[in-house]
Ligand binder design. Structure first.
Ligand code: G6P
Length: 608
């Protein structure tokens, strides 16, 4: 998704902006650009493709200056091209970068065209540049002009704007898309994500919806809220350190993040379990009372987070006795959901900024839920701020677009939720699960040690065009997640089915060219799963089975088995995720795809 970086500094900002853009690459994008106030004029460079292409341009013609705005674009309106890349200018007087979608841009564009403005791009963003130009011509300051025009913009936006008349000023605005202010020493910055600015500051202000901010020379920062009142927002210190934003010795962020899982699972558990019990207060002071009143749950999320929700349904129904409905946010927000009395609304999101999930929460607040809980990885995010309760997953920044550690820590958080609701409502503590949770980081470590064996397995996939993933019970969502990982980074078409559904259709696809991947923990569905696997073998399918060490599936020519350490049945979905992540990773490396930034995808989807 689009990324914004802006700076008003005491030094040349070109390098700060370029480094910021590189750090936002993980969000997914197709072009990049930068405008700097340079030698009395707004000077712009834009390039199709990676930030490296923009860097190459700037190597030939540097853009020195003390203030500037920069952008990575993920195409929504208009194809990826240099002309559609940001910043967008209005007659070299105004420059704009934008993340989000201006839904009413067509009407605004027609009106501007009637007033004589010529458009040089197909984007929705360009209207903002011309609207500002109109206001500036009326004699308004950049800040006042921005304040006036945002009222007429429908949809979602984070903006960074500058104008030739006010050299040391950058104005930002936030409505529906994330924007943070970086507080430097006599310098100030804007970005879509704090990670972009970690080389220059670790102090951030998270803007609220409707906020407008003005950065001026000497680090002056003025924030005005949606009602036009000057406000002070708290400054937060970024806690994760800059190391989280580097690959270290790993070839890709995704691999680093896969191997971080034992550590972050431990972090997700820290302080949330006592010797014999789960600590319900981890969810906040009101959690006990709210969980006692909870009779149903609606879990809403997108992508990988949605798969975590599907696993949680099995857990919450079995261990806490609470009926659960799980749905993707983009569907939920446009339905007319019936909310039974005593329903808790739960959102899952790595970023806390996913537009559909956020809109679903806002919609849910108009309905009769008993409360809202966000399970999220970003403390200052919109989802967390707008929910009644929250639990942080503590995965640390995740850079690879394909989510790995964010998913497993969500599962840990959801198991803590299950145990907490069970304790609050039924006075039942699952001591065996609590004990198993404590050993989970070590068991995960043992699974990650199988990496070289999984790498060998991956060779069987590199030439394939399709793959089928099977699982039963809580491992059906794990099969879905395994298929999603393979699709996302290796571009191999993959589908997942509950193994029992095989005979109702997908079996027709099975032949010797179809690899079938199955997860087979030792649970009460094992014997049924084994029968399903025989159905595949009988049709000549090639089976790849990740199985519990006690399961006893014989290795034969058409079955390759990788044995995993035994883990408590309840936690098996967490453990079986790991080999599927590694499998996708190695297949993608063999195929030579862009593992960390797969084509067409974005890390944080802040548009609908
Ligand atoms: C994008 C990402 C996925 C992620 C999904 C939901 O599609 O590429 O990895 O699962 O958004 O994001 P969230 O931040 O809400 O978990």
């Amino acid at each position: 998704m689009c990324g914004i970086v802006a700076a008003v500094a005491q030094r040349n900002v070109q390098e700060i902006l370029l480094e910021g853009l590189k750090r936002l690459e993980y969000r997914g994008y197709d072009s990049a650009g930068m405008t700097v106030f340079n030698d009395g004029v707004l000077t712009r460079h834009r390039a199709l493709g990676k930030v490296a292409a923009l860097t190459a341009q700037l190597d030939k013609a540097a853009l020195p200056g003390f203030s500037g705005i920069a952008h990575t674009r993920w195409a929504t309106h208009g194809k990826p091209s240099e002309a559609n890349a940001h910043p967008h200018h209005s007659s070299d007087q105004v420059a704009v970068v934008h993340n989000g979608i201006i839904e009413n841009y067509e009407a605004i564009k027609e009106s501007l065209q009637r007033s004589g403005y010529a458009f040089s791009s197909e984007t929705d963003t360009e209207v903002i540049a011309h609207l500002l130009s109109e206001k500036l011509a009326d004699g308004l300051s950049l800040f006042d002009a921005t304040q006036q025009i945002v009222n007429g913009l429908g949809g979602a936006y984070a903006l960074g704007v500058m104008c030739a008349q006010e050299p040391g000023v950058v104005v930002g605005a936030r409505q529906g898309s994330p924007l943070v202010v970086g507080v430097g020493i006599n310098e100030a910055f804007l970005a879509s994500d704090p990670l972009a600015l970690l080389p220059v500051t670790d102090r951030f202000i998270y803007l609220e919806e409707g906020d407008l901010v003005e950065l001026r020379e000497q680090g002056a920062i003025r924030i005005v809220d949606r009602h036009g009142n000057d406000v002070e927002r708290p400054i937060h210190t970024f806690e994760h350190g800059d190391g989280a934003a580097s690959k270290g010795d790993y070839r890709h962020y995704m691999l680093k993040e896969i191997f971080e899982q034992p550590t972050v699972i431990e972090a997700a558990l820290e302080g949330r379990l006592s010797a014999q019990s789960v600590l319900i207060e981890s969810f906040g002071p009101d959690a006990l009372a709210l969980f006692q009143r909870t009779r149903h749950m609606h879990i809403i999320a997108c992508g990988t987070s949605y798969h975590a929700g599907l696993v949680a349904r099995y857990w919450l129904e079995r261990y806490a006795g609470v009926p659960v409905q799980v749905e993707v946010a983009s569907e939920y927000r446009y339905r007319h959901p019936v909310v039974p009395e005593g329903t808790l609304f739960v959102t899952l999101s790595q970023s806390g900024e996913t537009a559909d999930t956020l809109a679903a929460l806002r919609f849910a607040k108009t309905l009769n839920y008993v409360g809202s809980l966000a399970i999220c990885n970003v403390p200052g995010s919109s989802l967390v701020r707008e929910s009644d309760m929250s639990l942080m997953t503590r995965a640390g920044p995740e850079i690879g677009v394909a989510s790995t550690k964010a998913f497993t820590t969500q599962l840990v958080a959801l198991m803590l939720l299950t145990l907490s609701v069970s304790k609050a409502k039924n006075q039942v503590e699952y001591l065996d699960i609590i004990a198993a949770l404590r050993t989970l980081p070590e068991v995960c470590q043992r699974v990650l040690a199988l990496d070289s064996q999984i790498e060998i397995l991956s060779q069987a996939f590199a030439e394939k065009h399709h793959a089928l993933f099977l699982g039963r019970g809580a491992h059906y969502p794990i099969a879905l997640e395994g298929a999603l990982k393979l699709k996302e980074i290796s571009y191999i078409h993959a589908e997942a089915y509950p193994a029992g559904e095989l005979k109702h259709g997908p079996l027709a696809l099975v032949d010797s060219e179809m690899p079938v991947i199955s997860v087979a923990p030792n649970d009460d569905l094992l014997e049924k799963l084994k029968s399903n696997l025989q159905e595949v073998r009988a049709r000549g399918g090639k089976l790849f089975v990740f199985a519990d060490e006690s399961v006893g599936i014989d290795v034969q020519e058409d079955i390759r088995v990788l044995t995993l350490p035994h883990v408590h049945e309840a936690l098996a979905p967490l453990l079986y995720t790991l080999p599927l992540q590694l499998l996708s990773y190695h297949v993608a490396v063999l195929k030579g795809t862009d593992v960390d930034q797969p084509r067409n995808l974005a890390k944080s989807v802040t548009v609908e």
